[in-house]
Structures are given as structure tokens and as C-alpha cells.
Design a binder for this molecule. Structure first.
Ligand code: MN
Length: 533
């Protein structure tokens, strides 16, 4: 084992995705996984297969996709310490070339007493049994004692020994509730090396939450104590205050590698794209002052700083924006660029498009390039996101027209192409142009969802930058024919998101709304099929 390499275990698709408002569709998860592979992460925790059929599908799809990637990370699935969970993970991962089952059981007294209602010996027995069971499916088993940082240390060591003895090769030490401090976590990891690992060939991993803003500091303390895997997420997504941010851990190790005597294998130039993609798919935006990936992370405003920067960048910069992929990329494409050039350039960005998708992206690219002369990589990313992975479309937007202003009632007219090639036209007034557009579309499609999230982002600097609009709709409660009461009061309502791209944000809004409506229709059809099966 290379002792100076720290492996990056990305859990954006599991811990990150389970945070409120961060859920992604299977297609979005596949896109994120592909970008994580380009970034060069060592392990992708693709999901929690037993949690729902959708989670199982996503892990399965990523395990299959991974076979075509040039860099093949280990694909991992999470499982509680039960046979059913381990079997779900094993079947979802079956097609991956390199696969890992990650199983966990809590070890703190408070979890044993109130959550598990198990005594310590039962916990040790269960861990032994389930790690052995996981090993019957895969060679690579990771075990996590949940709430490790609040567990009795002697008991924690006993559980970890049981996990090693029955075949776990990675032991992950979660600070589940974000309670520990760097010196305390250093001592915890050091103690595990002397008392449990004792020279054996076992990887110790960190998993730190940011409730006290210490997740990255604690993870790095773990690395100093000998941990050689760090679990983290893009943009620090995750339960509550989130997990250790991948970009911060990776750039701290890269920038201060002499200090840590260890580094990761990541291609850091891919960090910016990963951050933007995850923000777009989850709708969770990155604050401007966020370390490494925030819009201001490399901006120098103060005169004295600018003066120093002009004389020598090292005066105020410890790392450079281009090393984390925050620059817009070379402005190589303009309105005279051809389809082949666009396709070749997209391939270097990791997008291999089918012919129909390429046509759609090219048409949209031309439209944008005609309006603003040059299109940079960040704008191309949102164009590709807007034109691909749409899935089947029940409705297509053909026209949108809005009038609004200081003395006008916002009014929108839309024309859609619907099922059986039917033309649907509606006009509506609203509180503003966005509201008017959404109401007009609802009039055409029958008001199937309510708007729960709306966000607009400019893809690049400048007043004429391409705007990306994200919309999330929640299905309206189904109603009885004979009354107003919702038919399924308790049933969770599903949501679907849509993304639209245009230099005109009202057009982008209309496209995003129609895409979300199509998403709701697809999700509803899939759920009906599952119920029928
Ligand atoms: Mn966690």
C-alpha cells in the first residue's frame, strides 16, 4: 500500500443526496458519477440500495456505466447490518468490475439503548455475522461503527476487531453528529492504529460532519494520525450542516502536501465542473465566500492586494483558480464554429453525445453564439445539461411570449405541442412574468404540479451570459371524484425537476417548467408500473 496516498471516498450521491432538498434523479446521479470518475475519486458511494427502488436503480445504473469509464473507481453501496440490505447492495452492484459493500451499525450507548435496543454483545455478534455475509458477495467490505466519536473506546475497539476478524478491509470512523474536535479525533484514530490495526493491512477512513464547522479540520487530523481514506462530498453537501467538503480536503492536502506527507490522486482541474454540476442537479447553490469553489474564492478586490497580484501572484495567492477548474476555459467556440468542432470540444469536456442530442446542442449553441459572439465552457455545460437527458417528452414548448412592465399586468401566451401532436395554446395573467408563464403552461397541461423551487443562475460573467433556470414541481394531491379531500393524505408526493437554458430567462423558465412537467409525468408512469408489478 502506498502510504503517502490518501484515497478519496465520495459520498455526494449517498450522504449528500439524503440531505433535505438535495434529491437527484437517476439521470442526474449518473452524470454526477461520471464527473466524479473524471475527477479521479477512488471510491464512489453511489447510494443506499435498500432505501427505495429508485436508489437501487441508481446504484445499478452507475455500476453499469462504470464499465465504460477510462478511470474506474470502486463503486460502493451502503447497507445497514441486515441480510436484506446487504443483498440489495450486492445485487445492485453485481455488474461493477470493482465493487464494495459498506455496512454499518451504531456503537454509542445512546444509539444502542434508544435506537437499536441491543446490548454490546449483540452488536459484536451482529457485526461479525453481517461482515461475513457481505464477504460472501464481495472481497471489498467496509464497516462503519455509527456514532463512533461518542462511543466507549474499549467497546469500539472490540467491535472493530470483530469486523477485521470477519473480513472487513476498511474501517470507517464516523463523527456522525459532528461533535469531535481535531485533537480528540487524532487521538481516536491513533488509538485504533495501536490497539486494533496493530500492523495489519487495513485502511482507516474518516467520515466527519460539519455541525461545528470542524469537518475538514477533523478529517485532516485523521490523516495526520494515519487515516488513508477520507469520506467527503462535493460542495460539502450532506445531512444537516453537511460532510467534509471534498474540494477543501483535496486542496489542503495538495497545497500543504509537504506538511502532511500525503496527497490524493485527484485531477483537481475537474473540481470546478463537479461543483457546478452538483449545484445544478441539487439546486443547492454555492455561497460566494465558500472556500475553493465560491465565486469570490479567487477574487482580489482590495487595491493593495491587486497591486501585489500584478507584481507577483504569489503575494496573495496560495493556489490558482485554473488548478481547480474555476476559469471559464478557453473561449474557443464562436458563431462560425462547426458541428464537428463543437462535438470534439464537448468530448474533451467528457460529453459523448448521441446524434440527436448533438443536433439539439448544436442548434442551441448557434442560437446563443449568434446573440453573444463567444460561448465559454461554463455556458456550454448548461447548454448540454438543458438539451440532453430529457427523457421522453409528453409536451414540447413551441412559443412563449410575455408582456410586462411598470404599467402592465404581466401576461403570458404559450403554445405547446402535446400528446398525439395536439397544439395547445393558453394565455394567463400573473403576479410577474414567471408566474404568468407557469400559469399559462398549467392551463395547457392541466395543473398537475405545484412549484416548490425556482432558481436562476448566470453561467458566466456579463449581462448577456446564458441563464440556467431550475424548477422543481411537486405533484398535486390526487382527489376523489366526489369531493375535495385528497385521496392519499399520507402518501408522500413525488417531485420532479426541470432545467432550461436561454439568454432570455423567461424562455429558460418556460423550458424548465415544461421539462419538470414531463418529469412528473414520467415519474408518475414509473410509479404506476411499480405498483402494478
Ligand atoms: Mn454521514
Amino acid at each position: 500500500m502506498n502510504d503517502d496516498i490518501v484515497r478519496i471516498f465520495d459520498t455526494t450521491l449517498r450522504d449528500g443526496e439524503q440531505a433535505p432538498g438535495c434529491s437527484m434523479t437517476v439521470e442526474e446521479k449518473r452524470q454526477v458519477a461520471r464527473q466524479l470518475a473524471r475527477l479521479g475519486v477512488d471510491v464512489i458511494e453511489a447510494g443506499f440500495p435498500a432505501a427505495s427502488p429508485g436508489d437501487w436503480d441508481a446504484v445499478r445504473a452507475i455500476a453499469e456505466d462504470a464499465r465504460d469509464w477510462p478511470l474506474t473507481p470502486i463503486i460502493c453501496g451502503l447497507a445497514r447490518a441486515t441480510r436484506k440490505d446487504i443483498e440489495a447492495a450486492a445485487t445492485a452492484l453485481a455488474t461493477a468490475e470493482r465493487r464494495r459493500i459498506h455496512t454499518f451499525l451504531a456503537t454509542s450507548d445512546v444509539h444502542l439503548k434508544f435506537k437499536l435496543q441491543m446490548n454490546r454483545q449483540q452488536v459484536i455478534d451482529r457485526v461479525s455475522e453481517m461482515v461475513s455475509y457481505a464477504r460472501t458477495f464481495v472481497d471489498d467490505v467496509e464497516f462503519s461503527p455509527e456514532d463512533a466519536s461518542r462511543s466507549d473506546v474499549g467497546f469500539l475497539h472490540d467491535v472493530l476487531r470483530a469486523a477485521i476478524d470477519t473480513g472487513a478491509t476498511t474501517l470507517n470512523i464516523p463523527d456522525t453528529v459532528g461533535y469531535t474536535t481535531p485533537d480528540e479525533y487524532f487521538a481516536l484514530i491513533s488509538g485504533i492504529f495501536t490497539e486494533v490495526v496493530a500492523g495489519r493491512h487495513i485502511t482507516i477512513s474518516t467520515h466527519c460532519h460539519d455541525d461545528l464547522g470542524l469537518a475538514v479540520a477533523n478529517s485532516l487530523a485523521g490523516v495526520q494520525a494515519g487515516a488513508r481514506q477520507v469520506e467527503c462530498t462535493i460542495n460539502g453537501l450532506g445531512e444537516r450542516a453537511g460532510n467534509a467538503a471534498l474540494e477543501e480536503v483535496v486542496m489542503a492536502l495538495r497545497t500543504r502536501r509537504a506538511r502532511y506527507g500525503a496527497d490524493t490522486r485527484l485531477r483537481t482541474e475537474e473540481i470546478g465542473r463537479a461543483s457546478r454540476l452538483v449545484a445544478r442537479c441539487t439546486g443547492v447553490r454555492v455561497p460566494p465566500n465558500k472556500a475553493i469553489v465560491g465565486a469570490n474564492a479567487f477574487a482580489h478586490e482590495a487595491g493593495i492586494h491587486q497591486d501585489g497580484m500584478l507584481k507577483n501572484r504569489d503575494t496573495y495567492e496560495i493556489m490558482h483558480a485554473e488548478h481547480v477548474g474555476l476559469e471559464g476555459g478557453r473561449l474557443v467556440l464562436g458563431k462560425h464554429s462547426g458541428r464537428a468542432a463543437l462535438r470534439a470540444h464537448l468530448a474533451t469536456l467528457g460529453h459523448t453525445l448521441e446524434d440527436a442530442e448533438c443536433d439539439a446542442v448544436f442548434a442551441r449553441f448557434k442560437e446563443v453564439a449568434d446573440r453573444k459572439k463567444v460561448v465559454d465552457d461554463r455556458e456550454l455545460e448548461v447548454i448540454v445539461a438543458g438539451e440532453t437527458h430529457r427523457g421522453s417528452s409528453t409536451y414540447r414548448l413551441e412559443l412563449v411570449q410575455v408582456s410586462c412592465g411598470t404599467h402592465a399586468i404581466p401576461t403570458a401566451t404559450v403554445k405547446l405541442r402535446g400528446p398525439d401532436d395536439r397544439e395547445l395554446v393558453a394565455a394567463a395573467q400573473g403576479d410577474g412574468p414567471v408566474d404568468a408563464v407557469c400559469r399559462a403552461i398549467n392551463d395547457c397541461v392541466g395543473d398537475i404540479g405545484e412549484l416548490i423551487e425556482f432558481s436562476v443562475d448566470a453561467a458566466a460573467e456579463g449581462i448577456n451570459a446564458v441563464g440556467g433556470v431550475s424548477i422543481r414541481l411537486r405533484e398535486r394531491a390526487a382527489r376523489h371524484d366526489d369531493g375535495d379531500m385528497p385521496a392519499h393524505d399520507e402518501a408522500p408526493k413525488f417531485t420532479a425537476s426541470g432545467f432550461g437554458v436561454h439568454t432570455d430567462i423567461i424562455v429558460a423558465t418556460a423550458e424548465a417548467y415544461v421539462a419538470a412537467v414531463n418529469g412528473l409525468i414520467r415519474t408518475r408512469a414509473r410509479q404506476m408500473a411499480e405498483v402494478a408489478a
